[in-house]
Design a protein around this ligand. Structure first.
Ligand code: ADP
Ligand code: MG
Length: 710
């Protein structure tokens, strides 16, 4: 590759390292490590200070210790009551201590009398015995290498199956010895000096094999800072460029149409809606294009806000466009906007892929001539074939699908339209800065009054019959229900986003929408009217099923996560999710947002077959809170950001070292530095930024120019 970042030898495949053969290379690949550079940026998850070991004679209950010794005796112990465990008696120069491991009978093959081991774990008191409880351990069979594994601050790496800690450490050591000094410095000298950061070579050495804890911390800070800086440069460069150079339309609307619309609503705007509308209006008034993110939980009233913004643009003689992620949602948005806006005289059109050719031609003609003031559709709506007379505002209803580069492409449409991105996935501030750092942000942090409370219950599989019974009763009272499954059919998991494929393990039999639909239709719900909806149906069939559900011709909709986003059926009062442990919390929150939208009390039932206490606790979070921000944070902590975004998508950064939640202070510092750099050199043309630019492009897999806005 010609990119400057790859000229420094760090792109050497890991298998050329000593100690890495085909098998190890495959294991490393599972950790996303392909090149030496990847390996150097695979940071230790923690360190152990093995300069001094805890003397076994001096253990105290409650301490977490690093100790070492020789195994004098060991055996699998079967107590009269309770679980069996493997126990080893460890001896050092001071005395003896016990280590116990539960649920790991195979340790009998690993740990033998005479073996020298290092353990890390918590000391616990059992009756009057002190025990090092379930410690992490390393066996030291290679004496000549002890200097690498003991007598220093030792890195503990993330591992994968069959890759021992010591092997990983040895590989990292070889990489650091041979390649760290080949790493090129991408941070400008002036930034390094001003911010007091260590250089790249020093940082790579110290982050893996630190001389002291403080240097390890500073080394990590620098590496995370650099990664965040690359991300922020891409975003901030676009933001600053748009503010300084782009000329859009000043939409200074008198607001007559908007007022007429608002007075037609049966409710008052919340204070949050009013505040956000002011922010949007102030932005749209300016002669530069608005690039704004509207964040608000499901049901917080984003659509009304978007409708007002559209009316302002239209009143100023512009056209509006609304883009939804799927055709189902586009159709539904068209319905909602028609209900809101046709009474105030707005002419609109829905564009879908399967509409009759004549109707489509007519819509395109209307959009071109300007007779159509508002067009609704999927992103096909901004394809080049759709020509607007004067497109002034694009509203994007999105679910993390639009990366920075795709947004950039939008801005080029027409005469620099205003852009309002709406997202219903509340995300913590620093994560929003990572994904949407090129946008200004408005937040709807208040729910409309008088919304129905939703009761949430987590149940086990043997309670499903009772849940079905409950659904029958609700249907008998005229209500509707959703039944959501993780799979389309037993053979396909195509409907499940990447994130869940990782959660899918074959140990629990997963119920699939198609199979359950066939089964329930003739048995449990023989008297109710069932519908089936999943992402692999033809879009005309999906729309027909949705239409029937909306019109109450279907009582129970059996579905996959296609019902996750934005579907609005106020009469639906039950959301039953089976195998709920397979979904991300943010996703469950979205699903729950489908109910509680009307005047009837609503119920969310999550059936889980969790395989660990952790995954049960995770589901319980849903019972405890309806706060989307809390749920999103919990989800992130568990699943990591890569999963949230979908790894391979262009336009989203793939972070290797930084964590926008845990490293928020570093992120803020990096963003500030990005502004500093961009203000001095808006397009980063100075040669000193060449490596930063190249890394940023690689992080984002950018295909277009570094700064492309319009
Ligand atoms: P979101 O798009 O944020 O999920 P919507 O705009 O679809 O939320 O609003 C959800 C429901 O709440 C709709 O039925 C809408 O009519 C209603 N709604 C919106 N704003 C208010 C308000 N200020 N007071 C009462 N109801 C409101
Ligand atoms: Mg909505």
């Amino acid at each position: 590759m010609a990119d400057a970042a790859y000229r420094d030898g760090l792109e050497t495949p890991v298998r050329y390292l000593k100690g890495v053969g085909e098998v190890r290379a495959a294991q490393l690949e599972r950790l996303d490590i392909r090149t030496v550079g990847d390996l150097l940026l695979t940071l230790p998850r923690r360190y152990e200070d093995r300069r001094q070991f805890q003397r076994l004679a001096d253990l105290r209950a409650g301490e977490t210790v690093t100790a070492r010794g020789t195994i004098m005796a060991c055996d699998w112990v079967r107590p009269r009551f309770g679980k069996g465990y493997f126990e080893a008696l460890l001896q050092d120069e001071s005395g003896v201590a016990r280590c116990r491991w539960f649920n790991m009978p195979y340790l009998q093959d690993t740990l033998k009398v005479g073996a020298f081991i290092v353990v890390f774990g918590k000391v616990v008191r059992f009756r009057n015995l002190l025990v090092i409880q379930h410690p992490e351990f390393e066996t030291g069979n290679d004496d000549q290498e002890e200097s690498l594994h003991v007598g220093r601050i030792v890195p503990i790496y993330p591992l994968t199956e069959s890759l021992p800690q010591r092997t990983m450490r040895r590989i990292a050591w070889n990489a650091v010895q041979l390649f760290a000094e080949k790493a090129a410095e991408s941070l400008p000298a002036e930034s390094l000096r001003r911010l007091g950061l260590p250089g790249i070579v020093e940082a790579l050495r110290q982050v893996h094999f630190p001389d002291d804890p403080d240097r390890a911390r500073r080394a990590r800070y620098r590496l995370v800072f650099e990664e965040f800086l690359c991300v922020q440069l891409v975003l901030v460069a676009r933001k600053v460029h748009a503010e300084q150079f782009l000329v859009g339309t000043a939409h200074a609307a008198p607001g007559h149409v908007r007022r007429r619309f608002l007075s037609s609503l049966p409710f008052e705007l919340t204070a949050a809606q009013q505040r956000v509308l002011k922010e949007i209006a102030a932005d749209m008034e300016k002669p530069r294009p608005m690039h704004r993110l509207l964040q608000g939980d499901v049901g917080s009233g984003k659509t009304v806000v978007a409708a007002c913004a559209l009316l302002d643009a239209i009143e100023c003689g512009s056209q509006g466009a609304v883009m939804a992620p799927t055709e189902i949602l586009a159709t539904q948005h068209a319905r909602t906007f028609a209900r809101y806006l046709e009474p105030v005289g707005i002419r609109m059109a829905l564009l879908t892929s399967d509409m009759p050719a004549a109707e489509r031609a007519r819509a395109l003609e209307g959009i071109r001539k300007g007779d159509i003031q508002l067009a609704v559709g999927t992103h096909a709506i901004i394809e080049d074939r759709v020509v607007f007379r004067k497109l002034g505002l694009i509203v994007i209803d999105e679910q993390h699908k639009f990366g920075v580069e795709q947004r950039g492409a939008l801005y080029g449409k027409g005469e620099q339209p205003d852009v309002l991105v709406m997202t219903a996935t509340p995300i913590p501030r620093t994560l929003a800065m990572t994904i949407y750092g090129d946008l200004d942000v408005s937040i709807l942090d208040e729910m409309p009054k008088g919304r129905q409370e939703i009761v949430t219950r987590v149940i086990r599989e043997d309670q499903l019959e009772a849940a079905y019974d409950f659904i029958r009763k609700q249907v008998a009272q005229g209500r509707q229900a959703y039944l959501v499954y993780p799979l389309v059919s037993a053979e396909t998991i195509a409907d499940v986003p990447v994130a869940q494929v990782e959660l899918l393990k074959p140990d629990v039999e997963l119920r699939a929408a198609e199979d359950m639909y066939r089964k329930l239709k003739d048995r449990e719900f023989a008297r109710e009217r069932l519908g089936l909806l999943h992402g692999q149906m033809r879009s005309a069939d999906k729309d027909e099923v949705m239409r029937r559900f909306v019109h109450g011709e279907i009582d129970i909709l059996v579905a996959t996560t296609v019902v996750e986003v934005g579907i609005d059926v106020p009469n639906a009062t039950v959301m039953l999710v089976e195998n709920a442990e397979r979904f991300g919390l943010a996703q469950l929150h979205q699903l729950r947002g489908r109910i509680g939208r009307g005047s009837h009390k609503s119920f969310c039932v999550l059936q889980g077959t969790p395989t660990t206490p952790e995954s049960w606790r995770r589901l319980k979070v849903m019972e405890e809170t309806v706060d989307g921000f809390r749920i999103a944070e919990e989800d992130l902590r568990i699943r990591g950001m890569g999963n949230l975004l979908g790894r391979e998508q262009s336009g989203f950064p793939t972070l290797r070292v930084g964590d926008p939640l845990g490293d928020s202070d570093i992120l803020l510092a990096a963003r500030q530095e990005a502004f500093h750099i961009v203000q001095g050199d808006p397009k980063l043309q100075d040669p000193q930024y060449e490596l930063l630019r190249a890394r940023a492009r690689a992080l984002y897999k950018l295909v277009g120019p570094f700064v492309k806005v319009g």
